[in-house]
Design a protein around this ligand. Sequence first.
Ligand code: PLP
Length: 362
Amino acid sequence: MEKRIYNFSAGPAILPEEVLKEAQKDLFMLPGVGMSVLEISHRSKTFDKIFADAVGGLRSLLSIDDNYDILFLQGGASLQFSMVPLNIMPPKNKADYIVTGAWSKKAVKEAKRVGTVNIAASTEEEKFNRIPKQEELKLDPDASYVHFTSNNTIYGTEWQTEPNVGNVPLICDASSDILHKKIDINKYAMVYAGAQKNMGPSGVTVVILRKDMVERSQDSLHTMLNYKTHTEKGSLYNTPSVFGVYIISLITKWLNELGGLDAMYNLNKEKAGLLYNCIDSSNGYYKGHAEKDSRSLMNITFNLANEELEKKFVVESTAAGFSGLKGHRSVGGIRASVYNAFPKKGVEALVNFMQDFQKKNS
Ligand SMILES: *Cc1c(COP(=O)(O)O)cnc(C)c1O
């Protein structure tokens, strides 16, 4: 293959070319170190610097103050489905979950093993095509926390602003839209995200945790499942994903050089807007899955008239150099994931392809 193709995969997903090229150099030998980034000790000065760059990068992009710890853990966002309730649900052992897709449901499944789960709202009956409205939320003011999923990777819906939960701690699975725009971190008790969608490679999970939450973790928990272990040891209780943290450090640098998260957000709105415009101006040829006020800027989901046509779309788009457009196996249809690193010219090329496909096949 001579040139990189357009990667619309939902995750692991596209990374910025600049980041890949820098990593390529450091993969053989880090300047002044004489070893690959894959070969250095996690207890070396070199890694200390990489780690500090990753933490500092996240702190500056999201304005995260010292009241929060930033952890780099393993086990994916999926392990957080367990760690969150194990650590933060006691002592009341009840929590509110807002269910907006398959990942929210998986989080509920694990939380139920720990305590009582109140489903504050669910849009499952509508095939998760929208985000519930504030007035639909049946929140318990005495809950240990409220958990929600900011972007529903499979269905292509996204919270436009976080739910208002009063004084109850708010916990967010932001795996597929972290760093796509600036959020007010002070509204959250915790944000977690697997890195492999919008932030880096698989194998590392970022956990941003307000310090008062850690006090809930009980000593009876298994060491590796206890947030206290990881905050006290600065994510170095065991060997972290050195490479994952390194890529996150490069991603944060790339975002800062781009102008920070406001610049990134504007670009994301432009990119997603091109695709939604194409869908909306297709006279119903392309049917968006998400309701308009719930549309995701990261994962654009749509259907054609029938499965046969969708299959044809996937085959022909793949041949034209667009990878990863097939919808999630559980919902079918088409999904274009256009994370931060996805270039605008790739979106423009897909829009051209879609318009052309419509002309030829209607
Ligand atoms: C991909 C994804 C997950 C699962 O992440 P893993 O790192 O594979 O465990 C969880 N939540 C959301 C919103 C996701 O998109």
